[in-house]
Write a new protein. Sequence first.
Length: 196
Amino acid sequence: MEELVTENGTKIIKTKLVDCYIIEPNVHGDHRGYFMESHSEKTLREAGLDYRFVQGNESFTAKKNTIRGLHFQTEPMTQAKLVRCTEGAIDDVVVDLRIGSPTYKEWIKVTLSKENKRQLLLPRGFAHGFITLTDDVTFNYMVDNDYSYKHDAGILWNDPEIGVDWGLDDEQPILSDKDTKHPVLSKSRANFRYTK
């Protein structure tokens, strides 16, 4: 995994998925608390990543072992996301759904928490979801395209073709009604193509 340390001390780490990055902000702390840049276009550009985020969202999840996902928006309203967990902890899961990508249908799971302050940057054409590792989770994310009900879509959280290991063992997750009804990838509305 390659790593770049930017001018302001932020670490940008390549994951095994093409175009997907872990971001570790440079946290300045003292007896009062801490300060960090939670987002900087300049920092991303320094790493060769050009994103303009247009909307910020926040969700709260009350119980551990809740899964939200796997979500995406279809073309032409697909969204890149910059995600982080500001209260509690999650395992964040992203799946490359871009046909032609060297990592098509592969997934990663990254722990994001209030303590580690890590973020995950995923490009357009990925499905996204997470499982809560604690109660009382606040999740924040920015997107580079507006929300569109017409283009809102997803794939089933336990699609065997994808095979995400949510770390549940034999436990049953808490799911929304909507998330139990997403189709498997082969029957989904995913319509993404990989371009270099």
